[in-house]
Design a protein around this ligand. Structure first.
Ligand SMILES: Cc1cc2nc3c(=O)[nH]c(=O)nc-3n(C[C@H](O)[C@H](O)[C@H](O)COP(=O)(O)OP(=O)(O)OC[C@H]3O[C@@H](n4cnc5c(N)ncnc54)[C@H](O)[C@@H]3O)c2cc1C
Length: 550
């Protein structure tokens, strides 16, 4: 019998990030993953700026960047007939080196120290696991699966099984978290349904898809002279997408397969989309389904929480799925740690679903809009023709796709403008937040928002935040908010103006919990932001201070 504080089922991105959040705070956890290794077939390749900010907090963003596309590899979005046919359109995007230079200079679309990264999920998972393996309180058990559990009054009792030997072990934990992917045993065992729409049909990114991961032995002379990150192909009778898994010889092809894709010959499909034959070795191939837009009814039942694909299923446009799951895990991780360390109360745990479920709904809808825009565009069979009609069709599509690429991929509002709007552990003020739009981000420190990034010399303000709450003080009086609260003093008046108050209380996940000019308000709100007040389903506002326990 093993006893732990948190049992995590699933070692994909959500489970691994949860292990990092708990392990970094010394909380004992056991992570189970049924496969003996991290994922081998690539899925996600768009790591968001926000996920990279979390990686920076864990000290692995630089290591991860090295696993992405090479520093000078263009990350353009390109649209073709066949790949060796016409280039229909191209939306230029900075290389890794250019994006980092822009971030340092404060230019570019992403107001973050960490611009988005084009890196395959298979490499991300390896880096997450390598980091989690170094944390003494994290017990990593790859090759073990959760087979069942009982949620008892003050703990969860679970059965786990070694996938090679079939040995079973009983394990008890204070909490169980299901990060066990789209087929989540944990969610299904709790009887929690997914709500929304599934089976949405589009000519591309809606319905059956087929993915082939392959390597080439020779320098690919079938690629355009200016490389890109993604190449979308439209031959008139086929729609496909090619993505660089690395900057060398590894690639991933996705094909829309209206007939279901059974018995597909990946090599023939690849040759057809490229428009010529070349030697290649298929490493793995899978059928998968686009067209999901689903969110779980609940993110928690008793002592059991659920996160990642287990609570939301996306069409992968916009790269929202994994990144949303990472944010779930970050949100839940510090709260579980605070409660298990005796610093926070039940309100913190209640706030997980109150904060994250609306974001799940928001994000699946964003992804759906991106999929409609790229997947539903009508394309005439003349698109490849060397005729005036073909040229006119390509010109029409160029306008569409270049606008689309910006719509789908320049989305700082989606990732940096994320705001928790109805949380029991955030003290709201009267400020009116900017409109929530995926393509626009207006830096602001309105409670509930991600704190805006600023450089303080070579450091980001984020680098100075502590593992718990941090009080950022702009010249105000001394304040004693307790030993676990880090205080950061900033003299820069421009930063004060951006943050909008003399004091700003920032949570471990870098969201603003409270701001104000009177530190007494923060003292009064301490129980609220630590979740120690009973949660009755309402939000707290500074105007409701008289209700807070003094
Ligand atoms: C084609 C494609 C492209 C995508 N591109 C992007 C992108 O660019 N950006 C993005 O953000 N997202 C993208 N996604 C989505 C992303 O891949 C998923 O959202 C992400 O993998 C979810 O992570 P997770 O940890 O929640 O679940 P998973 O990655 O599914 O991990 C769950 C893990 O739990 C294990 N497991 C399951 N059951 C058990 C059990 N009973 N016991 C123990 N272990 C168990 C599984 O083996 C697995 O390792 C894409 C998806 C697809 C299909």
């Amino acid at each position: 019998m093993t006893n732990t504080q948190v049992l995590i089922a699933g070692g994909g991105p959500a489970g691994l990030v949860l292990a990092l959040e708990l392990g970094a705070r010394g909380v004992a956890c056991v992570l189970l993953n049924d496969a003996a290794h991290t994922a081998l077939h690539p899925k996600a390749n768009a790591v968001s700026s926000r996920t990279m900010e979390h990686m920076r907090r864990h000290g692995i963003s630089n290591r991860l960047r090295v696993r992405g596309l090479a520093p000078d590899h263009p990350t353009d979005l390109t649209y073709f007939t066949s790949l060796t046919g016409h280039e229909i359109g191209r939306f230029r995007q900075p290389s890794r080196a250019e994006a980092l230079a822009e971030a340092k200079a404060g230019t570019g679309a992403w107001a973050s120290p960490e611009p988005p990264l084009r890196c395959s999920q298979i490499f991300l998972e390896e880096e997450l696991k390598a980091k989690a393996d170094t944390l003494p309180s994290v017990d990593m058990r790859f090759g073990w699966k959760l087979t069942g559990f009982d949620d008892l009054e003050d703990h969860v009792s679970a059965t786990i099984e070694n996938t090679e030997t079939s040995e079973t072990v009983e394990i008890t934990a204070r909490y169980l978290v299901g990060c066990d992917g789209g087929n989540s045993l944990v969610r299904k065992s709790l009887g929690i349904e997914l709500e929304g729409e599934s089976g949405i049909v589009r000519p591309m990114m809606g319905g059956p898809m087929y993915a082939a991961y392959f390597r080439v032995a020779e320098e690919p002379d079938w690629l355009p002279a200016r490389r890109a990150w993604q190449y979308w192909m439209h031959t008139g009778d086929m729609r496909a997408l090619l993505v660089h898994v690395d900057s060398d010889r590894l690639f991933l092809f996705h094909f829309a397969m209206p007939d279901g894709g059974d018995g597909a010959d990946p090599t023939a499909l690849i040759h057809k989309a490229v428009g010529r034959e070349f030697p290649l070795e298929v490493i793995s191939s899978v059928n998968w389904n686009a067209g999901h837009s689903l969110v779980a009814q609940k993110y928690r039942s008793g002592n059991v929480f659920i996160a990642g694909d287990a609570v939301h299923l996306f069409t992968p446009t916009g790269g929202m799925g994994m990144n949303t799951g990472v944010d779930d895990a970050v949100n839940l991780g510090w709260k579980l740690a605070a409660v298990l360390r005796g610093e926070g109360g039940e309100g913190l745990l209640a706030s997980y679903e109150a904060e994250r479920r609306p974001i799940g709904v928001r994000n699946v809808n964003l992804a759906r809009g991106f999929a409609d825009s790229v997947g539903n565009v009508e394309i005439s069979e003349s698109v490849s023709a060397e005729t005036p009609e073909g040229a006119a069709e390509r010109a029409r599509l160029k306008t569409h796709f270049e606008h689309h690429a910006e719509f789908e991929f320049v989305i700082p509002g989606a990732f940096l403008g994320l705001r928790y709007e109805a949380s029991p552990v955030i003290a709201y003020d009267d400020a009116v937040p900017p409109p929530d739009h995926p393509n626009d981000y207006t830096p602001n420190a309105i409670p509930g928002s991600r704190a805006p990034h600023v450089w303080l010399g070579d450091d980001a303000l984020f680098d100075r935040l502590g593992p718990g709450y941090t009080l950022v003080r702009f010249g105000g009086a001394q304040a004693d908010l307790g030993p676990d609260i880090q205080v950061v003093d900033i003299a820069d008046i421009a930063v004060r103006d951006l943050y909008g108050a003399d004091y700003v209380l920032i949570r471990p996940d870098q969201h603003v919990a409270w701001r104000g000019d009177d530190i007494g308000d923060a003292v009064a709100l301490a129980d609220t932001v630590w979740g120690n007040n009973p949660y009755n389903g309402t939000m707290i506002s500074c105007a409701g201070l008289s209700n807070a326990r003094l």
